[in-house]
Design a protein around this ligand. Structure first.
Ligand SMILES: [Zn+2]
Length: 407
């Protein structure tokens, strides 16, 4: 038996007036998902336990079959595992976004952070790898020390490691701070002053960097700041293969998911050209998934674009991303699976990302569990409504994996 888990990041949403009360998933044309749905068990799953902030870290930990209440130790260590950065005892790892700060009066031309400065963009205008690398190098040269090091990831997503850093520090994710003045949201907890000072120093160092001057000249948002969040220390996960007696492989363009896979002892497969952005190489991912199933029992394929579109608050782009997921991932993968003998497929959104708020939500998400194209259950589309109308609800999301593998 071969198993495929397909996760469309942030695909779930709520009814939207402009769509006549439909959700983006309902409005999108998804013939391949709908075909699967005809043969599938459909229900809702609560991937974010009560008291947790909904995010891909917690949600994908649940989907992989690990109870976040027992195994979650922060996002930073997962990101660092995805980037192959090893942490020493006492190190605190932070996800570090390049962001765009803007002054309500002075635009980008302001001398230092003030109460008027707000967070304009948590992706720094979707900065590319090359420019980001230049800025991370610059930060390490000027601000790096025995205590503080920056590590380059991809696009706007990077890592900062603070040796013997504060153990209790609370930092909010930047995607929930869009358009908000930043001062009230600076990190708090023990040693918060160091992080606050670092954020201010980074601004001073980046605001007039030639890369940013060029970006502004090109009418692109500058990466004039960083935002630290997801603090955590190294913690081990028991291997997926011992928990479920299945050899798993992870395919994702984002370091967080790659880190989760690595921590769970799965093979983490590189797909050149898979970037997590709109121009990512979907065909390469499908081929990699199909190849990985030769040597592994389970492939976990993560698709990022639906979440990015949600954070951008771009409804047409979110619908397009879902349609692309259907057309370029789900469809070709079904064709490949048909050649592989018996297979099962779990398709879901990790968490909801609402176009209306540009933020994640704790809503339970719809899933479909397909045991091959046999036993037709009647025509039906796959949607939040359809899933809510079913009597199936996994209130503890981490239990779904076990069900999927034995069902
Ligand atoms: Zn997101």
């Amino acid at each position: 038996m071969k198993y495929v888990v397909l996760v469309a990041d942030g695909m779930a949403d709520r009814p939207i007036e402009a769509l006549g009360g439909k959700t983006p998933l309902e409005a999108a044309r998804t013939p391949n998902i709908d075909l699967l749905s005809t043969y599938s068990e459909i229900g809702l799953v609560q991937t974010t336990p009560e008291g947790f902030i909904p995010g891909s870290d917690v949600a994908n930990l649940s989907i992989l079959g690990y109870d976040p209440r027992q195994f979650y130790s922060g996002r930073g260590p997962l990101e660092s595992a995805g980037m192959d950065v090893s942490l020493n005892q006492g190190d605190v790892a932070f996800r570090c976004n390049f962001v765009t700060f803007r002054d309500r009066q002075k635009g980008y031309a302001f001398g230092e952070l003030s109460p008027r400065v707000f967070l304009e963009d948590h992706t720094a205008g979707g900065i590319g790898d090359e420019e980001a690398r230049g800025l991370i190098d610059h930060l390490n040269n000027l601000l790096g020390s025995d205590q503080i090091q920056f590590y380059v990831g991809r696009g706007y997503r990077h890592l900062m490691v603070w040796a013997h850093g504060a153990s209790k520090v609370e930092c909010l994710p930047p995607h929930i701070l869009l358009d908000k003045e930043i001062f009230p949201f600076f990190p708090h907890g023990s040693d918060k002053g160091i992080l606050k000072k670092l954020i201010q120093s980074v601004f001073t160092v980046l605001s007039d960097h030639p890369i940013n001057e060029d970006r502004i000249a090109r009418n692109e948002r500058p990466a004039n700041g960083v935002w630290f969040w997801g603090a955590g220390k190294e913690a081990a996960l028991p291997p997926f293969s011992t928990r479920f007696a299945k050899r798993g492989a992870m395919i994702s363009a984002v370091d967080l998911l790659r880190g989760l896979g690595r921590k769970a002892g799965m093979a983490v497969i590189d797909v050149p050209g898979a970037t997590g952005s709109i121009d990512t190489d979907d065909a390469g991912k499908v081929t990699a998934a199909s190849d990985a199933l030769e040597a592994h029992d389970l492939v976990y394929l993560h698709f990022e674009a639906s979440d990015e579109a949600g954070h951008a608050g771009d409804l047409p782009l979110k619908i397009e991303a879902i349609e692309r997921f259907d057309r370029q991932i789900v469809g070709p993968l079904i064709s490949r699976m048909k050649e592989k003998g018996p297979w099962r497929l779990l398709l879901l959104s990790d968490h909801a990302t609402l176009v209306a708020t540009r933020d994640h939500a704790v809503d339970p998400v719809p899933f479909l569990l397909c045991r091959g194209l046999v036993d037709k259950r009647g025509e039906r589309a796959f949607s939040e409504k359809e899933a809510a109308g079913s009597s199936i609800f996994w209130s503890e999301g981490h239990r779904l994996m076990e069900h999927f593998l034995k069902a």
